[in-house]
Design a binder for this molecule. Structure first.
Ligand SMILES: Cc1cc2nc3c(=O)[nH]c(=O)nc-3n(C[C@H](O)[C@H](O)[C@H](O)COP(=O)(O)OP(=O)(O)OC[C@H]3O[C@@H](n4cnc5c(N)ncnc54)[C@H](O)[C@@H]3O)c2cc1C
Length: 383
């Protein structure tokens, strides 16, 4: 039974938390902190939640296969995959067959290595049926495997997160940009701009969680805090209507300058990316160097599609892809930790108390990394 004295303890333990960014990470953490009994306010600068990287991505629920060069990322994915699929069952599309193709000529992984790697991480991997083998150019592809990998519907995921936030006690607001933070006594004042009026409000918090992905350093730069080293790519993900034979399939050529085409459930098309042509150009944030605002760069970018290059190259491996009908492209700034360049790993970034007591920066290189992020926060007992 709740008594006056233990209610008092709850109040002392309850923290005021501001979450900056209403992508999947910010929404998930807002709900979890609220469940823990904290008073949570989330601010998202765009007019809708999950409208940036959490929507503009390939929608792959990673199950490890993608990371033969980083066993740790592969194994973490193997743990997060069933957890994500279970928790967000209604947003996961598992009604297609996913195939990983190996091209030894230009690829960084051989057929033997890929098989051994799948064994090592305990992931299912069988030779694909003849109808799939017949779709590939045998001069370019050495083996086709059928694996267990799914896709998520970002619109459904957003709606579920909104319902969950609605049922929690968290406050959440879109159209509000957190411009700057300042230390005051034991806490932090966040300067929050109403994007429609430019009016600035001040909100107090014990903790501020920066979950702004490609925009992570914006708040740091405005607040006089040292930048975190990040690499950014201006990316293009094409959305296409694939020929009938490919409708219930996804294909990824492994590890090299190759393509990936797989269902994109939220709009009923396939996403089409290419390691060489999806990133149009890149830049880095580095401590001590002048900050370049990634969202401003994105707004100014001319966005000229590389679709024809992507499909021309992909059709060398799978001639049937020439029959894809291009619909449109999703553009986004993709952000990576510098070390991912070497081994293609996707660790989380977690910088507690970065430059200011109570200010924490979080970034995950894939959607299901949210579990690792939350575990990391819980581990150091900051809330
Ligand atoms: C091209 C591409 C392909 C990808 N493919 C996959 C994939 O197949 N599978 C996978 O798991 N992951 C993939 N990812 C990675 C995945 O998209 C990200 O890990 C994930 O979306 C990050 O979620 P987030 O909430 O941190 O970021 P976001 O969804 O970008 O959310 C950050 C939010 O912060 C808001 N914001 C920024 N600044 C401020 C501010 N000052 N005040 C208030 N709000 C602010 C932004 O508007 C944005 O909504 C891909 C990413 C890209 C770009």
């Amino acid at each position: 039974m709740e008594t006056l004295s233990n209610r008092g303890i709850d109040e002392i333990l309850q923290k005021n938390i501001i979450i900056v960014g209403g992508g999947f990470f910010g929404m998930y953490l807002a709900e979890q902190f609220s469940i823990l009994g904290h008073s949570v306010k989330l601010f998202e600068k765009e007019n809708n939640y999950m409208s940036r990287a959490s929507y503009n991505n390939q929608a792959r629920v990673h199950n490890g296969y993608h990371y033969p060069r980083s066993i740790l990322t592969a194994l973490r994915s193997r743990i997060s995959f069933p957890r994500f699929v279970n928790e967000f069952r209604d947003c996961v599309d598992s009604n297609f067959d996913k195939h990983y193709l190996i091209s030894e000529l230009l690829g960084k992984v051989s057929v033997r290595q890929f098989r051994m790697f799948c064994d090592r991480i305990g992931a299912d991997c069988d030779y694909a049926p003849a109808k799939i083998q017949n779709m590939v150019n045998p001069k370019m592809i050495d083996a086709c495997f059928t694996v267990k990998e799914f896709a998520f519907d970002a619109f459904k995921l957003r709606d579920i997160m909104l319902q969950r936030l609605d049922s929690s006690r968290a406050e959440y607001h879109c159209g509000f940009s957190v411009e700057k933070i300042e230390k005051v006594n034991q806490g932090i004042i966040a300067h929050v701009r109403d994007v429609s009026t430019d009016e600035i409000q001040e909100h107090y918090a014990d903790h501020v969680f920066n979950c702004t992905y490609s925009h992570l350093n914006y708040l740091l730069d405005n607040s006089g805090i040292e930048l975190i080293s990040l690499k950014h790519e201006m990316t293009e993900m094409c959305l296409v209507d694939v020929p009938e034979e490919c409708k219930n399939s996804g294909f990824t050529v492994m590890c090299g300058p190759f393509f990936s085409v797989m269902p994109f459930p939220s709009v009923g098309l396939h996403s089409f990316s290419h390691v060489r042509y999806t990133p149009h150009y890149e830049w880095c944030d580095r401590p001590g160097e002048k900050y370049q605002d990634s969202h401003e760069k994105f707004d100014k970018d001319t966005k000229t599609s590389a679709w024809l290059y992507m499909v021309k190259d992909a059709a060398r491996y799978m001639p049937i892809l020439n029959e894809c009908r291009y619909e449109r492209s999703l553009w986004e700034v993709k952000t990576l930790l510098p070390r991912s360049e070497i081994d293609d790993s996707r660790p989380i970034l977690f910088r507690p108390n970065h430059g200011m007591q109570g200010f924490h920066c979080i970034m995950g290189g894939k959607i299901d990394n949210v579990y690792d992020a939350f575990d990391a926060i819980k581990k150091i007992n900051i809330i």
